[in-house]
Design a protein around this ligand. Structure first.
Ligand code: IPM
Ligand code: MG
Length: 371
């Protein structure tokens, strides 16, 4: 298959982790005879620095003419410390999501046995956890009308949803639930918010079309605690933009590190793949950023194009790296490996998986550049 991929690596650790995802995709192209091209474009703080805009027209143009987008991360300390800055890196990402109609953000949470102990939660709670969060991404309070009174003392953000916006992501979530454990939990605040009551009405009306899926409803505050107390009760979680942002990050502690969690943002015409984590500017260039979230995002890209065996080859290589403890300091403080080294290992393993070959293990452990 031929795929043109736009690379928006962004700020902080974005470029270094995205490079490892490209390495994995190049290894897949080599082994399975595909042809992938990569074209880079600016977004975020670096784009503001170079062009004055967090999403230059050229970037949007490239994204609307490629098959898929690999996204790294955006953000810079300068803006985090200046909440009233008018032009901000985040605007680039939000504008991109909206312009391309990427309304469904899919965030899987998986606990790998080999790193179960790295989670701050008890293993009996996290073992075997496999949840997928469907977060609505182009509506709600993120995109509602904003207002600040003339004297600057009163502000508001409107949380608005239409039935259509709810239905289109709900269809995706229901269909996924049908292929999984057939459970869907709608997370909202229907006890307080009118917009949440609309979500509930729409989902309960749709439920009859997916009668094999068991539908549950849960308030967001309760869901935050249930995710950490008994995550095994969840299969597919469907929720709005803001609750999805918060709950997915809370759930990221289940697997031991946010550094291993990928995501996909899908619409009817475009698709983007990016790690959950932020730009982690303090770590930039130190080789300590975990590349696995970005690499698994590349696997989600392949799955999106029905390249299942190819995606599996990435996942197998990642699992091997985790098993061998070839990981960055977030998972391995004792003997960490660099971002680059882990990317090299995963790329090599995709091309030549050598199960049971003791030399393989020795080569990587022996020649490793330990930080
Ligand atoms: C995320 C991030 C973004 C969001 C920020 C960077 C705008 O936190 O993708 O989860 O809030 O959606
Ligand atoms: Mg977030």
């Amino acid at each position: 298959m031929k795929l043109n991929i736009a690379v928006l690596s962004g700020d902080g650790i974005g470029p270094e982790v995205t490079n490892q995802a490209i390495k994995a995709l190049e290894a897949v192209a080599d082994r399975f005879n595909h042809f992938f091209t990569f074209k880079e474009a600016l977004i975020g703080a670096i784009a503001i620095e170079k062009t004055g805009s967090p999403l230059p027209d050229k970037t949007l143009e490239l994204c609307s003419t490629t098959d898929a987008i690999l996204f790294g991360a955006i953000g810079a300390t300068k803006y985090d410390n200046d909440p009233i800055a008018k032009i901000r890196p985040e605007q680039g990402l939000l504008k991109l999501r909206k312009a391309l109609g990427l309304y469904a953000n899919i965030r899987p949470i998986k606990a790998y046995d080999s790193i179960l102990k790295r989670s701050p939660l008890r293993s009996r709670i996290t073992k075997g956890i496999d949840i997928t969060i469907y977060r609505e991404l182009t509506g709600g309070i993120y995109f509602g009308e904003q207002h600040l009174s003339d004297d600057g003392t009163v502000a508001s953000d409107l949380c608005q949803y239409s039935q259509l916006e709810i239905e289109r992501i709900a269809h995706m979530a229901f269909k996924d639930a049908q292929k999984r454990r057939k459970k869907l939990t709608l997370v909202d605040k229907a006890n307080v918010l009118e917009s949440s009551r609309l979500w509930r009405r729409v989902i309960s009306d749709m439920a009859s079309q997916y009668s094999d899926v068991e539908v549950k409803y849960m308030f967001a505050d309760n869901a935050a605690s249930q995710l950490l107390k008994k995550p095994s009760q969840f299969d597919v979680i469907l929720t709005d933009n803001m609750f999805g942002d918060i709950l997915s990050e809370a759930a990221s502690v289940i697997g031991g590190s946010i550094g291993i969690l990928p995501s996909a943002s899908l619409g009817d015409n475009f698709c983007m793949f990016d790690p959950y984590h932020s730009s982690y500017n303090r770590a930039t260039g130190k080789g300590i950023a975990n590349p696995i979230a970005a690499i698994l995002s590349a696997a989600m890209l392949l799955e999106h194009f029905d390249l299942h065996e190819e995606a599996q080859s990435i996942k197998t290589a990642v699992e091997k790296a985790l098993e061998l403890n070839l990981t960055t300091p977030d998972l391995n403080k004792e003997k960490p490996f660099t971002t680059e080294k882990i990317g090299d290992f995963i790329g090599d393993y995709i091309q030549e998986p050598q199960e049971g070959n003791i030399n393989y293990y020795n080569i990587y452990m022996g020649q490793s550049t330990i930080i």
